[in-house]
Design a protein around this ligand. Sequence first.
Ligand code: ADP
Length: 306
Amino acid sequence: MSRRFLSIGECMVELSQAGDGLLRKGFAGDTFNTAWYARACLAADWSVDYFTALGDDAMSDEMLAFIDKAGIGTSLIRRIRGRTPGLYMINLKNGERSFSYWRDSAAARSLAADPDRLREAVESADVVYFSGITLAILPHEDAETLLAEVRRAKAAGKLVVFDPNIRPRLWSSYDVMHTTISEGARSSVLVMPSFDDEAAHFGDDSIEATIHRYRALGAIHIVVKNGSDGVTLNFAGEQTFVPAEKVEKVIDTTSAGDSFNGAFLARYLEAGDAPAAARFATKVAARVVSEHGALVPREKLGLDGG
Ligand code: ADP
């Protein structure tokens, strides 16, 4: 029987510089990126579905077609009349990248506003993935709805996975951010934070401190990513360190963490061996940072020994 990996969040229109003042259009967003890499790495007996909300404009249609073409299920995606997707632009100045966002009125902000639909989607899944960005873009009440749903899924024995992906600019205050992200972790089985973010915004002085904090909240497994310094896994108390791959030339670290998560989960779901899954995901993420863009095509991930 086929099993379903469900990722919940926001995919945006991406505009990047294409030279001569031209802009290139793409689609990306943390939870979508993870779905992309999970799809690339999972066998065909898994379906990967994306749960979000889109509008009814041409850009929403185009994004839907793009998601579908990636082999990611779109049947659960809500369409809202009169709304549009969020948009961001990557600016390049003297080799430094910065981002401008237009996402305040994005349809995705209403992804949890239809609780029955959300429940149906979560109930249909074996694995549920969401992030701190997913929680940050929702009105407070809807974030509570989503958290209640994932808690139900956890109680039902499903693998609920959370990447805190801390983005202070998306939150109304530090207090709300701390409380809601902690609640996200408490409602999850596996938490996959990036140490940089946790140190900067929760004041953790070591990877141990991050692991301890999330375990104390009630998460069962923790995977702490630390860029080129590797990852530390704590699975039900058992700790393992996996070093990062040596990368000759880092081209673009966009979605390094998202790709790691997708590849890790794919391998973990198929074989149940967390350290082996981390070694595999480390290789995939190393390929991703060696290429431009958030979504590296499957052929370039070296999955078939290439
Ligand atoms: P995030 O993108 O969430 O900040 P990290 O920077 O920790 O996440 O990167 C996630 C994973 O990507 C790391 O665990 C590592 O495997 C890989 N990675 C990131 N940067 C590098 C790098 N410079 N060299 C090799 N691997 C890297």
